[in-house]
Design a protein around this ligand. Structure first.
Ligand SMILES: Cc1cc2nc3c(=O)[nH]c(=O)nc-3n(C[C@H](O)[C@H](O)[C@H](O)COP(=O)(O)OP(=O)(O)OC[C@H]3O[C@@H](n4cnc5c(N)ncnc54)[C@H](O)[C@@H]3O)c2cc1C
Length: 483
């Protein structure tokens, strides 16, 4: 009895219950179907496609080593999977559940198509510790605030231990023809990806190596170090988790086990990391239960917010040319590596939404195209948090000051100097606000404002006042007196 295992955002063999159950039942036909149209207007962006190209190759090699190579095809899974079952003689299809709105609708249509064709099917959870329907408030509703959500999750159960990979896979006798990964055209047509290739190793082995590096070092420093963008103190597991090259149960138990072995500080750090995995759970809970939030604010009144259309400002932000060094460093890190430190993500997002009054949707779309960890749930939550219009969001009147954020979290300027090298020779005290530096200091550092590095595209004080006035006018409410 052959089972098709349809791979989606679960590009691994360890802790993959759909694959394990198929392997225990008989021959396995592993399949990947490329059909960006299924994702609607959230089709994979450039950085995602780059990652997927490499991750698929890694998965194909791993499956071939286990005994049943990956079959790659193009086409709508709702049609392609019943067809493949007919061609291969498979009697069942297995997959890992996804929770994004388009993916949920696709699964519903697939189930109808398989039922109509008399083909068996089963879906499994490999992506989350707690599925979106599990935690519920006392009145049976989904959560909109993180702390009670996470408390409720932790009360449900300790996350299950991860499952092992199948020891071997038996290939079916009849294997239909497929296409090559090359033919999917996922690689960039022009070469912009050297920075990504230098930073990342997509695939299950790369994910395991990242986790090991984290466990060997940063996990003990995480609680304190995670806010400083020049320190290697976060796990950088986000793209691996997004593509399912490592599952949250694996990350959870590896860190929880390490926690048992360490001192108090170590335990505090590890616990903080586990709660960040909780934010990932929360993001999926919110998107699955409020599916419109990929495009619309959870707080519906924000649909009427009078965002500005300012293509020049948006472009300056995208290119890292706002004149605010921390913002520019973050946007350039993103462009070069496909990733940005969380603290800086919060600062650049606040800058776009509040200083420039450009909609969070524009920011989410740019991140979608450029992040290697672009994830509809996490990205929507992050942007709506920054915009003050989502679940557990920062209040609108709290506006990050990009200068003081830099002074606090990149005090010696190592992060800014790395990503904005034209400012590298400025002394620390001038680095975060070069426009305030005496002319002689600028000349000595080779900085010619407006020529070698932009002047600020907005004045912080004026932008802050403008954002607060816009909110007051929008909400009709006086604002709290907040510094
Ligand atoms: C505006 C904005 C947009 C964002 N877009 C994305 C996105 O598209 N994809 C994405 O994975 N994360 C996104 N984040 C969340 C966060 O910035 C990244 O998950 C984190 O920086 C990844 O680095 P890391 O793996 O080293 O994280 P670690 O600090 O090591 O955390 C471990 C894991 O926990 C999860 N996690 C951590 N913080 C968050 C969070 N705030 N929300 C949800 N999950 C979290 C991630 O899966 C992460 O890999 C966004 C945040 C903001 C403010």
């Amino acid at each position: 009895m052959t089972t098709i295992v349809w791979f989606r955002q679960d590009l691994r063999t360890e802790d993959h219950p759909a694959l394990l159950a198929a392997a225990e039942a008989g021959p396995v036909l592993p399949v990947f179907l490329w059909h960006p149209e299924s994702e609607g207007h959230w089709a994979p962006g450039g950085a995602t496609r780059w990652w997927m190209d490499r991750s698929l190759r890694a998965l194909a090699a791993r499956l071939a080593a286990l005994g049943s190579p990956l079959l790659v095809r193009t086409g709508d899974p709702v049609k392609a999977l019943p067809e493949l079952a007919r061609e291969s003689g498979a009697t069942r299809v297995h997959w890992s559940r996804r929770y994004e709105p388009a993916a949920v609708r696709q699964e519903e249509r697939l189930i109808d198509a398989l039922d109509a064709a008399g083909i068996g099917h089963a879906s499994f959870n490999s992506a989350l510790l707690y599925e979106p329907h599990e935690p519920r408030t006392g009145s049976g509703m989904p959560y909109k605030v993180f702390t009670p959500f996470w408390k409720a999750c932790r009360a449900i159960r300790v996350p299950e231990r991860p499952h092992p990979a199948p020891k071997a896979l038996h290939a079916p006798e009849r294997v239909p023809g497929g296409v090559t990964i090359d033919s999917l055209g996922l690689r960039p047509a022009i070469s912009w990806d050297a920075g990504l290739a230098a930073e990342w190793n997509p695939g299950e082995t790369g994910a395991a190596a990242r986790l090991k590096t984290f466990l060997d070092g940063a996990v003990g420093r995480y609680a304190e170090g995670r806010d400083f963008p020049d320190r290697p103190d976060t796990s950088r597991l986000s793209p691996h988790l997004h593509f399912g090259e490592i599952g949250p149960r694996q990350a959870w138990h590896a860190v929880a086990d390490a926690m048992q072995r360490g001192d108090d500080a170590h335990r505090r750090s590890a616990d903080k990391f586990l709660s960040e995995l909780g934010w990932r759970e929360f993001a999926h809970h919110v998107l699955a239960n409020f599916p419109r939030t990929a495009d619309e604010p959870l707080r519906a009144e924000f649909k009427r917010f009078p965002w500005r259309t300012d293509p020049a400002a948006l472009r300056a932000w995208q290119r890292g040319r706002t004149g605010y060094p921390l913002v520019d460093a973050g946007m350039r890190e993103l462009w070069h590596t496909g990733w940005m430190h969380n603290r800086v993500r919060m600062v650049v997002a606040s800058f776009l939404v509040k200083h420039l009054l450009v909609s969070w949707n524009e920011g989410a779309a740019w991140f979608w195209d450029t992040l290697v960890d672009a994830d509809l749930a996490n990205n929507s939550l992050g942007w709506q948090w920054a915009g003050g219009c989502g679940a557990d969001a920062a209040p609108y009147f709290r506006i990050f000051n990009p200068v003081t954020q830099g002074q606090k979290f990149d005090e010696a300027g190592a992060y800014i100097r790395r990503w904005v090298p034209e400012l590298a020779r400025l002394p620390d005290e001038a680095l975060h606000a070069p426009w305030e530096a005496p002319p002689l200091v600028l000349v000595q550092a080779g900085v010619d404002l407006g020529v070698t590095y932009p002047r600020p595209i907005v004045d912080h004080g004026a932008a802050r006042a403008g954002a607060l006035a816009a909110l007051a006018a929008f909400s009709g409410k006086p604002l709290p007196d907040e510094g």
